[in-house]
Ligand binder design. Structure first.
Ligand SMILES: *Cc1c(COP(=O)(O)O)cnc(C)c1O
Length: 341
């Protein structure tokens, strides 16, 4: 199967598995696990924060952050296409009693001016704005990278209004590799950030939430409350450490392959447009005169090519470890066949 569906299909390497299997472990719940401790110190430093906490998923990191930052009845400002709104089962409402206030941005990103307009103030009848979130990179917008300047302005605008900020960094590492800006620069001014180890970094399990010591203490409590405290994360943390040592530079290859696919599919008849490719995601829009996305995806699958339908005439292609130029060529030629016989 030529698989461009999601990074979740990446195979952890033999070396990564071994790093996990033979890692020293302890009781990580109380901070007494050498492998987890090493990862968290490193991740906090990488993300430019005081402290970090290991969790089993990115969704849990986002939801714990929402809960730690907000009180019931408050609003969370997010861009309309973000993961927190679309793929977390209504978590902010269920777990935090928070409402969502969505902004329709451009390619998954909103401006400081749009944020200013969305922030509630003054009138006591209004819900309070409790949190502002950004997603780096913006998944549904095709892995678009928030520019540093825009991130700063958004963080400053929130800060001026005394509202905390959270970054969903599921693919922050892709933004770092593609732009050359350190993660700690991108997260500057954000009160919390999560980074994922199961996307580009190829681990089987693991994400880290980072912030101030005080924030992480509260996040620890909430993680425990929802049953997310894992006792021996050392094996998982060691794999994440291994990924930071060995899998960061190779992310460039994913981006190059996505570029290649973006350029080639752009020339296929029946493809209406391709979102600008900035990292490892290619969003392809089809001419509505032709077949719809679910049909295209099904036909590709019959021919052993896996991609995701992301709208009636839109598919998403994700590149990740193990995908080769050959796989990219197969995808493009099979897509051409589906569209043009
Ligand atoms: C994958 C993803 C998440 C959630 O990560 P899980 O580990 O799958 O829960 C959050 N945000 C974005 C943008 C993602 O792509």
């Amino acid at each position: 199967m030529t698989n461009f569906y999601t990074e979740a299909y990446a195979e952890p390497t033999k070396e990564m598995r071994e790093a996990g299997t033979y890692a020293p472990v302890g009781n990580s719940l109380i901070g007494d696990d050498p492998s987890t401790k090493a990862l968290l110190e490193r991740a906090a430093d990488f993300l430019g924060k005081e402290a970090a906490l290991f969790m089993s998923s990115g969704t849990m990191c986002n939801e714990v952050a929402v809960r730690a930052h907000t009180r019931p009845g408050q609003e969370v400002i997010c861009e309309k296409s973000c993961h927190i709104i679309n793929f977390e089962c209504g978590g902010p409402a269920a777990i935090s009693g928070a409402m969502i206030h969505s902004i329709e941005g451009d390619r998954g990103m909103f401006t400081a001016d749009q944020l200013s307009e969305a922030i509630r103030s003054g009138n006591p009848y209004l819900p309070q704005t409790g949190l502002v979130t950004v997603e780096q990179t913006a998944n549904m917008a095709g892995g678009a990278i928030w520019p540093l300047e825009q991130l700063r302005k958004v963080a400053n605008t929130a800060k001026q209004a005394n509202i905390p900020t959270h970054m969903d960094g599921a693919r922050l590492i892709n933004a770092v590799v593609a732009s050359g800006h350190p993660a700690s620069e991108m997260t500057k001014g954000y009160d919390s950030v999560y980074m994922d180890f199961c996307k580009a970094l190829n681990c089987p399990v693991g994400a880290v939430l980072a912030g101030s010591k005080e924030f992480i203490q509260e996040a620890w409590r909430i993680r425990q409350m929802i049953g997310g405290g894992i006792r021996r994360t050392g094996m998982l943390a060691a794999m994440a450490n291994y990924a930071l040592d060995h899998h960061v530079d190779r992310i460039n290859e994913d981006h190059q392959l996505a570029q290649y696919i973006g350029e080639r599919v752009g020339n296929i008849k029946g493809v209406a447009s391709v979102e600008p490719v900035e990292t490892n995601i290619v969003i392809i829009d089809f001419d509505p005169a032709g077949p719809a996305a679910p049909e295209i995806v099904a036909k590709l699958k019959e021919n052993n090519v896996l991609v995701g339908a992301f709208g009636k005439y839109r598919i998403r292609v994700v590149t990740f470890m193990g995908r080769t130029l050959k796989d990219g060529e197969i995808l493009c030629s099979e897509l051409d066949k589906v569209l043009n016989g």
